[in-house]
Design a protein around this ligand. Structure first.
Ligand code: WTA
Length: 670
């Protein structure tokens, strides 16, 4: 395996034509972005359309220091624009109306379609008009629970066109989770589909939405309109049944309407709503370490600039390239790098509905070949899952179109990196290990494909405009080599502006630990060459297959069970998922810890949060290791989870026998 010293140079054929073709050029551009952000981003802003022009005097203002007053960031304040106009009308006016915006590839290989920029614009206008006719106005939130279909893109941009704020929830979240999010953002309109096939599994999305809407109604919040795409009827099911329009989907009179009954009839003329640069574009929930999800708010102009610029440089996207990001649209990666970034660059992308394993484990490679994909962007968890199958599945497919391979969502281990580099990239592609967060809006640490010598597992260097720092526990900056808290010293255009309806939580979560800095919650190490290596979360968060969740969130679900007195959850390393959940359960006095309880607990987590949060291990813990003041010592539980008896100092424990008992009673599957 490569040591830290292994360095892989960008392939000369990638570097030769790249936007940034040497490390020196990267450094020069980076310095300019730091020294003169107005000039750097001002040049980029010129490519876009501003209804009210940019005022250079109020181009960039911020306060990152809580001691000096409220935290805020403003880019291009005073300018007005519309992001859908910039993504669609502008490209069509520039003569790219017939260019393919999306190749849609269905779950079943027989299902595929495409959408040009002109057609996408028409559909977005239609849908935007429908939203207006349903009373949706600028600033209103629209909840979205959609599979990977073209209507999902149309929905987002339809909202953007009229200044409505979309709030997507990943369609793997449970009805409870979705309801909680609808209530929090007070959405009156919901957009979904009847269902979707993922591999051989059918997900009945509308049924889940019905449960969510019922739960909301019980709490006094009524969704007024639910627009439903009839999708199942136009796709091939795994058993091969075609065009079997699903009429079983229950529709509530007066509230639920089929997309096909209202959208095709609507006009394709829709005047965009010119919004302020700092008006919200969308919100997206992410897990908070205290349990309640946080509604991260992104605004218009800065997000546009940042999505567009990161996409262009990090993937080195050229006009005739075909790009494919496998992320679900329900995550930030789907927002920035399936929808906004590619369209801002007039790119052609693949939008894939299915899984890497259907109908066979070579589906990703076959799709790359089919569309001659040049940039492929996926997650380490997918790479690790695919590595398990025979190499021949990859080797036998012509992947010569590939130029840039991206990774996102969690640290990529060197083994997975090497496999990606050798098998998929044939040692000719650049790998971009992109570190970022829902909160950052776009990539913040990343190599550039033509410029940065790669080190397997290092997110390398900051993107333009981003100023990272490593801090020690007392907030002193670690210069040179060392490890510490990863923070950022100033805002870049794409950083989130607030948490929905909760600016105080925004300030305490991200800006109070180290005044003057945005705190990521991740740790990182700087090596002797200045490369940054993200080491993972430093707070009580877990990253399961790239899905971030908090231990508190899972614990509070487990303790809802009447037979559970106490629960503690820790992350355990997992070969494919990166991390998995290891739960310790103390039952109430009289309750036996048995298979029934185990099944119920797993079911409860699936229901409350979603299937991806299901614990891998649940251990009976008659007592938990606690300090004398009653604080659970998770450090010790993490050791139990990996069966490492080197637990360190236990002198602060109230009862040290507890630890022995936990090691002795680890379940067989642990
Ligand atoms: C982790 C996903 C290491 C990190 C875009 C971060 C990574 C969290 C990487 C955000 C990477 C993401 N290397 N860790 N390349 N990318 N992470 O909000 O812990 O779903 O804080 O955004 O994922 O997850 P989120």
């Amino acid at each position: 395996m490569p040591s830290e010293k292994s360095v892989y140079l960008p392939n000369p054929s990638v570097a030769k034509n790249a936007f940034v073709s040497s490390f020196a050029q990267y450094q020069e551009m980076y310095q300019k972005s730091i020294d003169n952000p107005e000039e750097f981003w001002g040049e980029i802003a010129k490519q876009f359309y501003w209804e009210t022009p940019i005022d250079i005097n109020s181009f960039f203002r911020y306060n990152f220091d809580i001691r000096k007053g409220p935290i805020y960031t403003k880019w291009l304040d005073g300018a007005t624009t519309n992001i859908a106009y910039n993504l669609l009308d502008r490209n069509v006016k520039n003569g790219f109306g017939d260019k393919v915006a999306f190749y849609w590839e269905g779950n079943h290989p027989d299902d595929y379609s495409r959408l040009t920029y002109k057609k996408l614009l028409e559909e977005v206008c239609r849908f935007a008009n429908v939203l207006r006719s349903k009373g949706v106005k600028k600033g209103d939130r629209v909840a979205v629970y959609m599979p990977m279909i073209l209507e999902a893109v149309i929905t987002l941009l339809g909202c953007a066109r009229i200044g409505a704020v979309h709030s997507l929830v990943f369609a793997g979240f449970s009805a409870d989770s979705f309801a909680e999010r609808i209530l929090d953002c007070e959405a009156r309109v919901l957009v979904t589909a009847d269902g979707v096939w993922r591999g051989e599994k059918l997900l009945s999305l509308k049924n889940i939405c019905d449960q969510s809407m019922n739960k909301c109604a019980q709490k006094g919040h009524n969704v007024k309109t639910c627009i439903v795409v009839s999708h199942l009827g136009r796709v091939t099911s795994p058993s091969g049944v075609q065009k079997n329009r699903n009429n079983k989907t229950p529709m509530q009179e007066g509230r639920d309407v089929w997309w096909h009954d209202i959208v095709p009839q609507a006009s394709t003329d829709c005047v965009p709503e010119w919004v302020q640069a700092e008006d919200p574009l969308f919100m997206l929930y992410t897990s908070g370490s205290t349990g309640k999800p946080k509604g991260v708010v992104h605004t218009t102009a800065g997000y546009l600039l940042y999505a567009a610029t990161t996409f262009k440089y990090v993937f080195d996207y050229k006009p005739n390239d075909v790009y494919w990001c496998t992320a679900d649209i329900g995550w930030i990666t789907g927002h920035t790098y399936v929808v906004y970034g590619p369209l801002a660059n007039c790119a052609t992308s693949v939008l894939y509905e299915g899984t890497p394993f259907y109908p066979n484990n070579d589906r990703f490679w076959l799709v790359v070949k089919k569309y001659k994909v040049n940039q492929f962007y996926t997650a380490p968890t997918a790479i690790r899952a695919l590595m398990k199958f025979e190499d021949d599945l990859v080797k036998r497919v012509d992947l010569s179109s590939l130029k840039v391979l991206g990774s996102v969502g969690e640290p990529i281990n060197p083994e997975a990196w090497m496999w990606y580099y050798k098998l998929v990239g044939r040692e000719k592609c650049s790998i971009v290990d992109t570190f970022w967060q829902t909160e950052t809006g776009g990539h913040v640490l990343t190599p550039l494909p033509g410029a940065t010598p790669m080190k397997p597992g290092a997110a390398a260097f900051p993107f333009f405009g981003v100023q990272p720092a490593l801090l020690d526990e007392s907030g002193n900056e670690i210069k040179g080599e060392g490890e510490g808290y990863l923070v950022f010293a100033r805002p870049w255009p794409g950083i989130m502006r607030t948490l929905y309806n909760n600016h105080p939580r925004y300030e305490t979560t991200y800006f109070s630990k180290f005044p003057g800095y945005y705190c990521t919650g991740d740790g990182a190490r700087r090596d002797a060459d200045g490369y940054l290596w993200v080491t993972g979360r430093v707070d009580d968060m877990l990253n399961v297959s790239g899905h971030l969740m908090s231990t508190a969130e899972v614990e509070s679900v487990l303790t809802e069970h009447p037979n559970v007195a106490e629960a503690a959850v820790v992350a355990k390393p997992h070969p494919v998922k990166g991390e998995c959940l290891y739960c310790f359960i103390t039952t109430t006095d009289t309750t036996r810890f048995d298979d029934k309880l185990l099944t119920e607990l797993k079911q409860l987590v699936r229901e409350r949060i979603g299937p991806f949060a299901q614990p891998d291990v649940v251990q009976n813990a008659p007592a938990l290791p606690k300090t004398r003041s009653g604080k659970i010592m998770r450090r010790i539980l993490r050791k139990v989870a990996v069966n490492d008896r080197d637990v360190g100092d236990v002198s602060t424990l109230a009862d040290s026998h507890v630890v022995e008992e936990l090691f002795a009673s680890r379940p067989v599957n642990a």
